[in-house]
Design a protein around this ligand. Structure first.
Ligand code: HEM
Length: 134
């Protein structure tokens, strides 16, 4: 199936908006996002572009996600696991199975790569750890 057929742009928007609504209310993640995101409309628009690129092959996203996360103080494996748990809850609730499979698989890979990058940048002499399976 071509990437453009996996889901509509509207479904991507719903995924991103529902996910960050959960994140903002979360005890662990909410304070981090609310502290670092000054303009939520801009953040949500950027994240719609990001997930649209992954799920629909569009080309609007231009950003530098790895350095943006390396710059955040105090990230740990538990925060990434929580991020993934909320993301998987969101994709499940949307009811598009093909979209859910792809979004969940990509979120696991990207979360793992951010966590590797974070550990390597912050503590280059330690072997970076893996996230537990989600
Ligand atoms: C512990 C987990 C995570 C936390 C606390 C977190 C937090 C944040 C925050 C605060 C920003 C805004 C940074 C800024 O504007 O200065 C951001 C940006 C972003 N995040 Fe995350 N994030 C996490 C995991 C992820 C994961 C797993 C993904 C993708 C699957 C992701 C994708 C993005 C993208 C695409 C941006 C925009 C980066 C840019 O400006 O180019 N994040 N994140």
């Amino acid at each position: 199936m071509a990437a453009t057929e996996l889901c509509t742009e509207e479904e991507v928007t719903r995924l991103v908006h529902h996910f960050y609504a959960k994140v903002r209310k979360d005890d662990l993640l909410g304070p981090i996002f609310n502290h670092h995101v000054a303009d939520w409309d801009q953040h949500l628009a950027k994240l719609v572009d990001f997930w649209s690129a992954i799920l629909r092959g569009t080309t609007r996203f231009s950003g530098a996600p790895m350095p943006a996360h390396i710059a955040l103080p105090g990230l740990n494996a538990g925060l990434f696991q929580r991020w993934l748990a909320l993301f998987h809850q969101t994709t499940q609730a949307l009811g598009n199975e093909a979209m859910r499979d792809r979004a969940d698989a990509m979120s696991r890979r990207i979360a793992q790569s951010f966590w590797y990058g974070y550990q390597l940048s912050r503590d280059p002499d330690q072997l970076p750890g893996q996230l537990a399976p989600t």
